[in-house]
Design a protein around this ligand. Structure first.
Ligand SMILES: NC(=O)c1ccc[n+]([C@@H]2O[C@H](COP(=O)([O-])OP(=O)(O)OC[C@H]3O[C@@H](n4cnc5c(N)ncnc54)[C@H](O)[C@@H]3O)[C@@H](O)[C@H]2O)c1
Length: 484
C-alpha cells in the first residue's frame, strides 16, 4: 500500500518527534493533541530538533543552506489539526501516541476506527501494552499493531513492530516498509507480549538495579557508573547474545548456574520505590528521586544525552554497525516494480543494480560500498554479487519504499566514496522533486545533475538485477534483458 499521509495523535514527548520522522522522510503529516498548549509548542520543538539533526556536519559540511532548507521543508509538511477527526480524515497510516493509560488509548483507538479511511493502518507507540489489550476497542483489529518508537524518536534508529493475532500481513508489511523508508530499523516482535523486547530487557535490568540499591549492595551513583561504563559501553557495538557467543555458552551456563538464584525475582515494584513515591521523590520532575535534580539539571542531562546519541548514531552508521540481519538477507525475488522519477545526467544506458523492496537502502548500500572499498568479504553471503558489486557506471534502482532521506544518504555515501553511478532511480513515493533536487544539491554541491520529473506511470515497469536500462532525455525508457 502506498502511504502519502500520516497522522500522529498526541504531540507530547513522543508524538511530536514521530511526526518529525515522517515529515523528514517526505510524507505529509497531520498532528493533533487534546491539549492546545502542547500542540502549539509542537512545531517550534520540531524545528529546534531538525536544526540539530540536520546541522551542517550531519549531512555535508558544504551544504548548510540546503540542510536548513530541508529542515524548513520537513516542518512545512506538518499540519496541526485541532481534533482527531480532522487529523485522520486523509490518513493512510496513524500513530497513536497519547498517555500510557489503557482506557485513554482504547477510547482514542475507538475514535480512530470511526474517523480513519477504511484502508488506514492504525498503530500505537505504547511502551508496554500488548496488542490484544488495546485491540479490544476495535472492530477491525486486522489493521492494528504496535510500533514502539524509542525516545527521542528522531534519533533512536530502532522501532519495535509487534503485530497481534489478528493483524494482517499487509498491515505489518506496510508498516515495516514505511519505517524503513523513513530511515528506521524496524525489529519484529513475533509474539504479542507486554513490554515487547526492549522494555522487557530494560526492566529486567532496572529491577536488578533497584534491588541492588534496596539491599545496600551499591549506591545509585555506583550502579549507574558500572552499568554505563562497563557492559553499557559495548552494547551499541556488541549485543548481549553476541557477547554470550564471544565468551562461550559454557561460560554463560557456569555463571548463570551460580548467579541466577541470587538475582531479584520480584513480581511487583520494590518497597523502596513505593516509599520514595510516598515521600514525593518522583524523580527529576519532583527535584529528587535516586538523585538530586536542582532546576535545569534534567534539561542539561537530556540535551547532552541527545547530542551524544546523535553523534553515536552517526558514528555507528559511518562504520556499518547499523545493519540489521534483515538488511543483509536477499530474497529470492529480485524483481522490483518502479514507477517514478529519475535523477540522471541526460541520456544514459547502463546495467541496473536493484535493491530489494523492504530493505533498508542505506544499510544495503553501505554494505556494498564498504565491502568493496575495504575489500572485506561481503556480509551478504546469500547474494555477494549484488551487494559486493562495483557501483561505478551502474544505474542504481532504489526500492519504492525508499524516501528522500534514505535516497539522499545513499547518494551521499556513494559520492563520498568516489564511486560514480550513472543515475539513481527512485520512486514516486518521494513527494516532490524538490526533495530530489535537494538531495542532488546536497550531495553534489555545485555539480548539479539534471533531474527528470513526471516521467509517468509507464516510465519504468519492471527492473531486475542485471537488466540494462536506456533512458533518453525525452523520458523514453527501454529495458533490455527481458527476464521480466
Ligand atoms: N516518553 C518516552 O520515553 C516513551 C518512549 C516510548 C514510548 N512511549 C509511549 O508513547 C506514548 C506517549 O508518551 P509521551 O511520553 O509522549 O507522553 P506525553 O505525556 O509527553 O504526551 C502524550 C500526549 O497525549 C495527549 N493526549 C492525551 N489524550 C489525548 C487524546 N484523547 N487525544 C489527543 N491527545 C491526547 C496529551 O495531551 C499529551 O500531550 C505513551 O504510550 C508512552 O508509553 C513513551
Amino acid at each position: 500500500m502506498q502511504i502519502n499521509n500520516v497522522a500522529v495523535i498526541g504531540a507530547g514527548t513522543m508524538g511530536h518527534g514521530i511526526a518529525q520522522v515522517f515529515a523528514l522522510a517526505g510524507l505529509q503529516v497531520a498532528l493533533t493533541d487534546s491539549d492546545a498548549e502542547v500542540l502549539g509548542k509542537a512545531i517550534p520543538r520540531i524545528q529546534a530538533n531538525l536544526e540539530t539533526c540536520l546541522e551542517p556536519g550531519s549531512v555535508n559540511e558544504d551544504t548548510a543552506a540546503s540542510s536548513h532548507d530541508r529542515a524548513a521543508a520537513a516542518a512545512a509538511r506538518i499540519t496541526l489539526a485541532s481534533n482527531l477527526a480532522d487529523a485522520v480524515s486523509q490518513a493512510d497510516f496513524v500513530v497513536e501516541a497519547v498517555f500510557e493509560n489503557l482506557d485513554v488509548k482504547r477510547e482514542v483507538l475507538r475514535q480512530l476506527e470511526e474517523h480513519c479511511p477504511a484502508h488506514a493502518v492504525i498503530t500505537s507507540t505504547t511502551s508496554s501494552f500488548c496488542v490484544r489489550d488495546l485491540a479490544i476497542a476495535l472492530s477491525h483489529p486486522e489493521r492494528f499493531l504496535v510500533t514502539h518508537f524509542w525516545n527521542p524518536p528522531y534519533v533512536i534508529p530502532v522501532v519495535e513492530v509487534m503485530p497481534g493475532d489478528h493483524t494482517s500481513a499487509e498491515a505489518v508489511e506496510t508498516t515495516v516498509a514505511l519505517l524503513e523508508a523513513a530511515g528506521k530499523y524496524p525489529a519484529l516482535v513475533k509474539k504479542d507480549v507486554p513490554g515487547f523486547v526492549g522494555n522487557r530487557l530494560q526492566h529486567a535490568l532496572r529491577r536488578e538495579a533497584i534491588a541492588i540499591v534496596a539491599e545496600g549492595i551499591a549506591s545509585p551513583e555506583d550502579v549507574d557508573l558500572i552499568a554505563r561504563l562497563s557492559f553499557g559501553l559495548r552494547l551499541p557495538v556488541v549485543g548481549p547474545l553476541e557477547t554470550v557467543d564471544l565468551g562461550g555458552l559454557d561460560l554463560t551456563q557456569a555463571i548463570q548456574t551460580y548467579l541466577l538464584p541470587e538475582l531479584d525475582r520480584s513480581t511487583e515494584p520494590r518497597q523502596l520505590i513505593r516509599d520514595k513515591i510516598a515521600r514525593g521523590e518522583l524523580g527529576a520532575k519532583a527535584g529528587k528521586g535516586f538523585f538530586e535534580w536542582p532546576p535545569g539539571r534534567a534539561e542539561e542531562v537530556i540535551r547532552k544525552r541527545d547530542e551524544a546519541l546523535l553523534e553515536m548514531v552517526r558514528w555507528l552508521r559511518d562504520r556499518g554497525f547499523l545493519q540489521t540481519p534483515r538488511t543483509l538477507r536477499v530474497s529470492e525475488t529480485l524483481r522490483v516494480s518502479f514507477k517514478g522519477r529519475a535523477i540522471l545526467a541526460g541520456n544514459l544506458e547502463g546495467e541496473a543494480l536493484v535493491t530489494h523492496v523492504g530493505f533498508n537502502a542505506y544499510a544495503s548500500f553501505y554494505t556494498s560500498i564498504h565491502a568493496q572499498v575495504e575489500a572485506a568479504q561481503c556480509a551478504d553471503s546469500g547474494n555477494p554479487e549484488l551487494y559486493g558489486k562495483n557501483l561505478t557506471d551502474k544505474i542504481i534502482c532504489l526500492p519504492k519504499t525508499t524516501g528522500s532521506t534514505s535516497a539522499g544518504a545513499v547518494w551521499q555515501r556513494v559520492a563520498q566514496m568516489g564511486i560514480a553511478p550513472k543515475a539513481m532511480l527512485f520512486s514516486q513515493q518521494i513527494d516532490s522533486l524538490a526533495a530530489g533536487g535537494l538531495i542532488v544539491a546536497d550531495v553534489w554541491a555545485g555539480k548539479r545533475i539534471a533531474t527528470v520529473d513526471q516521467l509517468g506511470d509507464e516510465f519504468l515497469e519492471i527492473v531486475q538485477d542485471g537488466d540494462r536500462i536506456l533512458i533518453r532525455e525525452d523520458g523514453t525508457v527501454i529495458i533490455q534483458g527481458g527476464q521480466a
